[in-house]
Ligand binder design. Structure first.
Ligand SMILES: [Zn+2]
Length: 99
């Protein structure tokens, strides 16, 4: 996985319908971005659920360009196990930003 340590912004997208994908949450506060990145797996491999359909996408803006990773409650990028803390943080942010 590319290094996300220098990410300056993270946005979370609902990509159920790619043509009308919508941004769920955008995080730009430096401490908040760094906290989220710190919750991500290093090189830990997890179980990929067969037939898992990822309708969520995280976009990390880094100086080297955007890194896009699809995810769900069970996995992060398909090959990594979703860290519970990261998903919980995403859910919390999403709740906070939805009216
Ligand atoms: Zn999955």
């Amino acid at each position: 996985m590319q290094s996300l340590e220098n990410a300056t912004e993270i946005s979370f997208w609902d990509v159920r319908d790619w043509n009308s994908r919508k941004c769920l949450v955008r995080v730009t506060r430096r401490d908040e971005v760094q906290r989220l990145v710190s919750l991500l797996p290093g090189e830990r491999w997890g179980d990929q659920r067969p037939g898992c359909e990822h309708i969520l996408l995280a976009v990390f803006k880094t100086p080297a360009g955007n890194v896009e990773i699809d995810f769900c409650m069970a996995c992060f990028g398909g090959e990594h196990q979703m860290p519970k803390e990261f998903y919980a943080a995403f859910e919390k942010l999403r709740g906070k930003h939805e009216s």
